[in-house]
Design a protein around this ligand. Structure first.
Ligand code: IVH
Length: 673
């Protein structure tokens, strides 16, 4: 560390770097229009960090180096909010929004309002202060009058400007309020990581954002992906409008949510709410309604506040995705591997647009953790696209007559003994011929990402197994001999039997990796199957591989290797494989060398693709030297988007990532149609 005078050129260079980096942060995180590579950005950041380390006098409160986290704090100082941070009155139905509108029209009489309608963001409200254009204080809402000062944590949020942009003069003091959020995909990713590391997971993105903002070490906060949207500019001005303020916020460098409309009637506001009620899942962040605000600041001031909420705004909420209901029973579902999954049977309850009558309970440990008994009242949550889950037993005294769930001694399907495997949470039915396991294996074999046999879903499989026409996957290929019997079955008929037999016939030509996956070898998912098919190129040589051959492959660990060896040393499985081969199922893969058209490029696939399943495309991308990732980040090269692409597309657009269609993809690999 050098002390003493800082030369003018160093001083100038540090200023230059700060400005440059701030400009790139804004282009990247706010405008989603990056102009330089990550490497170039990192280089500038490193240079600035080195300069500041050498000359501590260069550190300024708006230095982008603070974004990676400053010193940990022991306790957050309490600061006051002036004016207080208000909360919003709620409306739970269009009718309640119309009541709000009538009240407003009465009060404003001859001067009817315009409404600015925007997203009600489901995050954490914060207030940011800027003095002479520099962020000097960030605070949580707290109780509205006082909150915690969390400036170092706020500085780590890349889309929050540390210094205002736009042309000065700025007013010497400015306060901006808005919402800190965690994006849904980042939330999932973080929770997955935490679960893998045995850490507690967060219930939803809002809790994750709130928990993160309260952390004492900004270095850790900096590694948690938070986002920010500004929605209010505290100004002394009597003139102007909310919409103008939003434009001003954008000009000053703040991210402002793009989904807002200016309307003249409450019906238009309600239409906006209806529009988003059905599309909320397509957004990359959570919203829980829309906020209807009177646009004119003069009107706002005339109307004032009632207690802790403004009279000039209302939150029109979406219907809740949580509900309370009773667990009437807990059943055990037997999967293809024999694993027993407890499922809660619920008194049907309408949650967020659908009726929920079952929820998975994963395993016995989950039931113990919830301390759930049959007969308990529970809180059920239905997230964006996930299966309903029980998040807790409802508060209050437990009902009488509830009973604990006990693992039975025998399998509910076949009565065979149940075993718990050392070190696993699951119980298993030990009988390989258990009808539920047989059905599960056939369903898996026929499923879309395996052999893709159309018309062979759960119901059809049940019939075939019940009639003992099918016991193993190999039996499917002799099913044509029983055509007469099938045609005479109730509800099947000539045409559907014909179609089914044809799609079974077609499945004989599936590529090797699908067959490897379809066999249902323990621990061999679609990805591992692709690796195996690629390496061994035939079922025969895979079946002859030793444990050592297998663990020598990158993606294969000892557990998978052991499972593969065990599978092929089982005489029953060997017989099935022989029968499949005899029936004419393709048992070898192509020996063509790998292509290099996509060498080093990364892809994320989203939406439905016409030219094949997601796994097919994955295989083709890796076959050309590319890589498929699961979530969109700034490092991604391409988003391959099919029909109904959902939130990934939105995220990619926000980050300025190149989005390609199926056709463009075909062209990239020289396959133009
Ligand atoms: S305006 C006086 N706008 O809702 C106006 N709030 O119940 C209050 N919120 O604490 C803030 N999205 O956390 C406003 N577009 C939005 C909002 C929003 C979410 C939250 C905010 C606030 C709470 C008020």
């Amino acid at each position: 560390m050098k002390s003493g005078k800082i030369s003018e050129s160093v001083f100038r260079r540090a200023g230059e770097l700060r400005r440059e980096i701030a400009g790139h942060d804004h282009r990247y995180y706010v405008l989603a229009e990056p102009v330089i590579s990550d490497e170039a950005y990192d280089m500038m950041m490193r240079e600035l960090q080195e300069l500041e380390a050498e000359h501590p006098g260069l550190r300024t409160p708006d230095s982008p180096t603070l974004r990676v986290g400053g010193e940990p704090t022991r306790e957050f100082p309490v600061v006051a909010h002036s004016p207080p941070m208000l909360s919003l009155g709620n409306a739970y139905s269009p009718e309640e929004a119309r009541e709000f509108d009538r009240r407003i029209r009465d009060l404003l009489a001859s001067d009817p309002p315009s409404y600015s309608v925007e997203m009600k963001l489901d995050g954490v409200a914060v207030a940011l202060q800027y003095r002479d254009g520099v962020l000097t204080r960030g605070a949580t809402r707290g109780n509205g009058t006082e909150g915690d000062e969390i400036t170092s944590n706020i500085r780590t949020i890349r889309s929050v400007p540390l210094r205002l942009i736009g042309d000065p003069p700025f007013s010497p003091f400015l306060e901006v309020r808005g919402e800190v959020l965690m994006m849904k995909d980042e939330f999932e990713k973080m929770n997955k990581q935490r679960a893998e590391q045995g850490e507690k997971t967060f219930v939803n993105p809002r809790n994750a954002a709130a928990g993160t903002l309260k952390m004492q070490d900004p270095g850790v906060v900096a590694r948690r992906p938070l986002a920010f949207f500004a929605y209010s500019l505290i100004s002394a001005s009597e003139e102007g409008s909310h919409e103008e303020n939003l434009r001003e916020l954008r000009r000053l460098g703040f991210p402002v949510n793009k989904h807002h409309v200016l309307v003249r009637t409450i019906d238009e506001a309600i239409a906006f709410w209806e529009h988003w009620e059905t599309r909320r899942d397509s957004l990359p962040y959570e919203i829980d309604g829309v906020v209807i605000k009177i646009d004119s600041l003069r009107h706002q001031r005339m109307l004032g506040n009632i207690a802790k909420s403004p009279r000039w705004a209302v939150a029109l909420k979406f219907s809740s995705r949580k509900g309370e209901t009773t667990v009437t029973d807990i059943l055990l579902q037997v999967g293809r591997t024999g694993a027993l999954t407890p499922v809660a049977i619920l008194e049907p309850v309408f949650i967020g647009g659908t009726t929920v009558s079952r929820a998975t309970l994963h395993n016995i440990d989950y039931i113990l953790e919830l301390d759930l008994r049959i007969g308990d009242k529970v809180v059920v949550e239905r997230g964006g696209d996930v299966i309903p889950k029980i998040i807790q037993v409802a508060e209050g005294p437990r009902r009488r007559g509830v009973r604990r769930f006990r693992m039975p001694r025998g399998c509910p399907e076949c009565g065979s003994p149940i075993q718990r495997v050392e070190g696993e949470a699951n119980h298993y039915c030990v009988n390989n011929r258990c009808p539920a396991q047989v059905r599960g294996r056939i369903e898996h074999f026929a499923s879309r990402s395996a052999m893709d046999i159309e018309g062979l879903g759960e119901a059809a499989v049940r019939v075939l197994v019940d009639l003992a026409l099918v016991r193993t996957a190999a039996d499917l290929y002799t099913l044509h001999k029983a055509k007469e019997q099938l045609v005479n079955l109730e509800r099947w008929g000539e045409k559907s039997v014909h179609n089914l037999l044809q799609s079974i016939e077609k499945s004989k030509q599936r590529p090797l990796h699908r067959l490897v996956f379809a066999l249902g070898i323990g621990h061999v998912g679609a990805g591992v199957a692709a690796v195996l098919a690629d390496r061994f190129r035939s079922i025969r040589s895979l079946s002859e591989a030793s444990r050592d051959d297998l663990v020598a492959i990158d993606a294969i660990g000892p557990e998978i290797a052991a499972s593969i060896v065990a599978f092929f040393s089982n005489p029953e499985n060997r017989k099935i494989v022989r029968q499949l081969e005899a029936a004419g199922v393709q048992m070898t893969g192509s020996t063509e060398p790998k292509g290099t058209a996509l060498e080093g490029k990364t892809f994320v696939i989203t939406g439905a693709l016409a030219g094949g399943s997601r796994d097919d495309f994955k295989k083709r991308i890796t076959g050309e030297g590319g890589k498929v990732l699961s979530s969109v980040s700034r490092k991604l090269d391409y988003l391959l988007a099919g029909a109904d692409p959902g939130s990934k597309l939105e995220r990619a657009r926000e980050l300025g990532i190149q989005v390609i269609s199926e056709e463009e993809f075909e062209q990239m690999i020289g396959n133009s149609r």
